[in-house]
Structures are given as structure tokens and as C-alpha cells.
Design a binder for this molecule. Structure first.
Ligand code: NAD
Length: 520
């Protein structure tokens, strides 16, 4: 590990500047290159065995439903069982692989991702419907997770500072847990998948990775990166397919040691419940890391820079079509500036262009799927009854799942669109009597993921620091865009276990500590 001690300090990966003609050209080339690979078939892999089940899963381009981005095979319950058995068989070998070797592989994975950055951007544009800048932020974050966790592993593999009793040599070492089932969502199809997978691997656990069935191609592409970086085939399995079909088997298997999940509240709670029940032959309590939904609020105070607040709300509510767990879905505005806020917000929302995400003229692309589109449109209809429609309010034209950015004002806290996660481009705006009331409304949620306050009043910011109950709180800026290292990410209450991805506590979730005392 000595040669690893001199790694350069962690720095966030810079974003591509697409205003530069050369970068735009390079991105156009990457899009063409990826488009030419559409329709390729990807197999499942358990150890060194590549498997076709014949039960196919076509991953579509949500901007253009005629296009099949990749063809995948759906795993079966029997394969899910085999995947856990195989991961369990390799765990003793992988867990004893020196940490320095695992760290080296991870740094190599970061280098490969960096080399293929625009190509991955293009996969995200096509399979997840991300605009160019959103895709580039996702891929940059994936690189950040690799670089950050590599450094964290160096720290945790080294000597730990503990008190030394007289007459003893006292030591604390961190050991991996065992087989980890990793279940990411589609909305950060690279960054979250990468972060959870490499955190588990670099700490010495073996992994069964089940990418979201909405974005399996990106998962399969990243699996190729891991193999190229030297991670042994047996260290992780790629198990594509439906979470509902194989999820229970993976979670309940007695050899599963932990589950690392990011996704919706209901699936997270189900996993937590199933994992809690010991199965015959199981000799541990399974650990569950579950990061779930959000109903994030931005509070706009009377004394605030209204232009900046409007822009912060706009970016947080409609970036990636509102499909971020951190997205602002509630703007809570002080009565004194409520109408001026709406007057400034409405024309800006109406001016947002919606269209295919490979065309950089559009600020917003499609939502992810037909079921998402249907559910969001239903919420919009509900919202029209629960408040005053200010902008949007319908689907948008095109060959994909397009929805106009929608704002509904005068929303009461009892409204469904105030309480339930919609996960689409829908913003509810509510009026607060004063700042105390604004914080009360902001906290009136079962979730507690991100939040922001726009205020020029230092006393109000201090109050929000203490009372606004969210895992990630931002002042005078948007509530999306957490950066690895600077903003460890995870939420309170029904938003999950607050595991703080991209922070110094994260890798400990994949480790157990052993204390060793020797009489001298
Ligand atoms: P989802 O819960 O539908 O799916 C997440 C993953 O779980 C997918 O891989 C899916 O295939 C799998 N899955 C589905 N049913 C399963 C089952 N019964 N057992 C095991 N796995 C199963 O969520 P989604 O639609 O992919 O993602 C959107 C959700 O994720 C939103 O609620 C969003 O807020 C949340 N999210 C949270 C964070 C965070 O850090 N808190 C980050 C991103 C997304």
C-alpha cells in the first residue's frame, strides 16, 4: 500500500464545455459512434460463463421509441441463485486480494472511463434521455466515485488510530463483509451504479450487480470497463432483467451478506423487510443500505435575490426532466414575494424547449418510460384540481416520452402533489405566511433528502441550518448537483439510510471492523 500513499489529492472531474466547437464536434462523433452500435445483444455473465436466457429485454431510446439501444437477456430466479452461490465461492479469494491491487484496478477503471467519457455520455443521452450536460455530469460523477473510493480504501487499509493500553499492542482492521447485491436505479444509470458497485468491490466484497431494466446497456458497458481494468470475472456478476422477477431471490438468499439499493421508497422498504428475516442456514444479520425517494423543497424568503431563486428553482425542478431524487418538486415562497416569484418563473418555464436529448438545442429531453409518462400525466391532472396551473400541463409532441415542464401554484400541504414523489417535470408552488411557516411546510413530508433556502437574512439561514430536516441542505443555490467529496449524499426519514455516498463514512458500510489485542 506504500506506493498508494502518494496519490494526488482527490479532485472532481471537470465537465466538458460543449460551448467549445471542438467539444461539440467530438460529442457529435461520439453520438454517431454509439448510434452505430444500437441493437447489439448483451448476455448475462456469471463468473466466466456468458448466458442467453432467450427471454429478451429491449432497451429503447426514450427520445425515439423506434430505436432499440440494446438487447438484453432477462435473468431467472435459478440464475439469481447461481449468481449468489458463485459470488460466495469467490469471496475468500477476492477478500484476500491485497487492497493495493484492488485500488489499482479501481484507478484503472477511472482512467478507462475518462478515456471513453464522451462515448459514455452518448450512451446516457440515448438510453436514459439525458441532455449532453446532464450526461456529462453523470459520467464525471462516476469517475469521481472511482477516484474518491480508491483513496478512501487506501486510508481504511492503513493503520487505524486507536488507544494503546499499557502492556498491549492494540490494532483495528477493516474486513469485507461477503456477497453484496447491488441494485441501482435508472436515473443515474452510470454514476450510482458505479458508485455502489465499486465501493463494494474495492473493499473486498464480491458483487451481484442487477442494473435497472430501463438502462441495462449502460450497466453492460460499465461491466466491460471493470473487466478491462483487471477486476476478475468471478468478482462480480452482471445480472440483467426485471428487479421484480429476481429481486426477492437475491435479497433472501442466505449467502447474501448485504444489499446496496438505490431506488423508490416502496421497493427499498420491501428489500429492508425481506432482508430482515433470517433464512435457513443464514449466520448473519444482513446489512441494508437503501437510498430512496425525495420530495425536495426550495424555500424562497422575502429578503432574497429573486432572480437567483427563480433560476435555482428552475434548474432544480426541470434539469433531467425532474427525474432526480434531489429535484425540487416544491417551491415554498414567502407571501411578500409570492406573486413576483410566479411572474418571473412562469415565462422562463414556458421558454424551456423539450425534445430529443441528442439535439443540444433542447433543455429537456424525454421521461424514461411509458409507465413514467402515464403516472406523471396523471399527477398533472390531479394537480390541476389541487392548484392553479401556471405553465405546461400536458404531454409535449414528438416520437418519445415528452412532457411539458409544468408548474402548479397555490398548492396546499394536504395535496397529493405536495406530498407524493412524482419524479417528473412537475413543480408545486406554495405560499408561506412567514419564514417559520416556510420551514414548517418544507418539513411537512415523510422524505428528507435535499432542500435549499434562498435568503439574505443570516438569522434565517442559521434557523434553517438547525430546523430544515434534510440530509443535503443548500443555501442560495440549487438543491441538485451534489459533488463527490464536497457534498456527501443521502437523506433522512423515508429518503433512506442516509448512507452519504461520496463521503468519508461511505466505505465503512461495506466493511466490518476487527479489534486485535496482543499482550507484550
Ligand atoms: P425502482 O425502485 O423502481 O427501481 C430501483 C431498482 O430496483 C431497479 O434496478 C429495479 O429493477 C429494482 N427493483 C424493482 N423491483 C424490485 C424488487 N421487488 N426487488 C429488488 N429490486 C427491485 O426505482 P427507479 O424508478 O429505478 O428509480 C427512481 C427512484 O429512485 C426515485 O424514487 C428516486 O427518488 C430514487 N433515487 C434515490 C436516490 C438517493 O440517493 N436517495 C438517488 C437516485 C434515485
Amino acid at each position: 500500500m506504500k506506493d498508494m500513499q502518494n496519490l494526488a489529492e482527490f479532485r472532481n472531474e471537470p465537465y466538458a464545455d460543449f460551448s467549445q466547437p471542438a467539444n461539440r464536434q467530438a460529442m457529435e462523433d461520439a453520438l454517431r459512434g454509439v448510434h452505430a452500435k444500437f441493437g447489439r445483444e448483451y448476455k448475462l455473465r456469471i463468473g466466466s460463463e456468458w448466458i442467453s436466457t432467450g427471454d429478451r429485454l429491449n432497451s429503447l431510446n426514450p427520445s425515439n421509441l423506434k430505436e432499440v439501444v440494446g438487447v438484453h437477456h432477462k435473468a431467472t430466479a435459478a440464475l439469481a441463485n447461481r449468481a449468489v452461490e458463485s459470488a460466495s465461492a469467490y469471496f475468500p479469494t477476492w477478500s484476500r486480494t491485497p487492497a493495493a491491487d484492488r485500488v489499482r484496478m479501481l484507478l484503472d477503471a477511472a482512467r478507462i472511463l475518462r478515456r471513453r467519457k464522451l462515448e459514455f455520455d452518448a450512451w446516457l443521452v440515448y438510453e436514459a434521455g439525458k441532455t449532453w450536460p446532464e450526461a456529462d455530469a453523470d459520467v464525471s460523477e462516476a469517475i469521481d466515485f472511482c477516484e474518491y473510493y480508491a483513496r478512501e480504501m487506501v486510508r481504511l487499509a492503513g493503520p487505524q488510530k486507536i488507544h494503546q493500553l499499557p502492556g498491549e499492542e492494540d490494532e483495528l482492521v477493516y474486513l469485507p463483509l461477503g456477497v453484496g447485491v447491488v441494485i441501482p436505479p435508472w436515473n443515474f444509470p452510470l454514476a450510482i451504479l458505479v458508485g455502489m458497485t465499486v465501493a463494494a468491490l474495492v473493499t473486498g466484497n464480491t458483487v451481484v450487480l442487477k442494473p435497472s431494466s430501463e438502462t441495462p446497456t449502460i450497466g453492460a458497458q460499465f461491466a466491460e470497463v471493470l473487466l478491462e481494468a483487471g477486476f476478475p470475472e468471478a468478482s462480480f456478476t452482471l445480472l440483467t432483467g426485471s428487479g421484480a422477477a429476481v429481486g426477492d431471490v437475491l435479497v433472501q438468499h442466505p449467502k447474501t451478506r448485504f444489499v446496496c439499493f438505490t431506488g423508490s421508497r416502496d421497493v427499498g422498504l420491501r428489500i429492508n423487510e425481506l432482508a430482515a428475516k433470517p433464512q435457513p442456514g443464514q449466520i448473519w444479520i444482513k446489512r441494508v443500505v437503501a437510498e430512496m425517494g425525495g420530495k425536495d423543497a426550495i424555500v424562497v424568503d422575502a429578503a432574497s435575490d429573486l432572480e437567483k431563486a427563480v433560476d435555482g428553482v428552475l434548474a432544480s425542478a426541470f434539469g433531467y426532466q425532474g427525474q432526480k431524487c434531489s429535484a425540487c418538486s416544491r417551491a415554498i415562497v414567502h407571501a411578500e414575494v409570492y406573486e413576483p416569484f410566479l411572474e418571473k418563473l412562469a415565462p422562463k418555464v414556458k421558454a424551456l424547449q423539450v425534445g430529443p436529448s441528442d439535439d443540444p438545442r433542447y433543455y429537456m429531453g424525454p421521461v424514461i418510460s411509458e409507465s413514467a409518462r402515464k403516472s406523471i400525466l396523471q399527477y398533472i391532472e390531479t394537480g390541476k384540481k389541487e392548484g392553479r396551473l401556471i405553465a405546461g400541463g400536458s404531454a409535449a409532441p414528438g416520437d418519445g416520452y415528452f412532457i411539458a415542464p409544468t408548474v402548479i401554484a397555490d398548492v396546499e400541504p394536504t395535496a397529493r402533489i405536495f406530498q407524493e414523489e412524482i419524479f417528473g417535470p412537475v413543480l408545486a408552488v406554495s405560499k408561506a405566511r412567514d419564514f417559520d411557516h416556510a420551514l414548517e411546510l418544507a418539513n411537512d413530508s415523510e422524505y428528507g433528502l435535499t432542500g435549499a433556502v434562498f435568503s439574505n437574512d443570516p438569522g434565517h439561514l442559521r434557523q434553517a441550518r438547525e430546523q430544515f430536516h434534510v440530509g443535503n441542505l443548500y443555501f442560495n443555490r440549487k438543491c441538485t448537483g451534489a459533488m463527490v467529496g464536497a457534498h456527501p449524499f443521502g437523506g433522512f426519514n423515508m429518503s433512506g439510510t442516509d448512507s452519504k455516498a461520496g463521503g468519508p463514512d461511505y466505505l465503512l458500510l461495506f466493511l466490518q471492523a476487527k479489534a486485535i489485542a496482543r499482550k507484550v
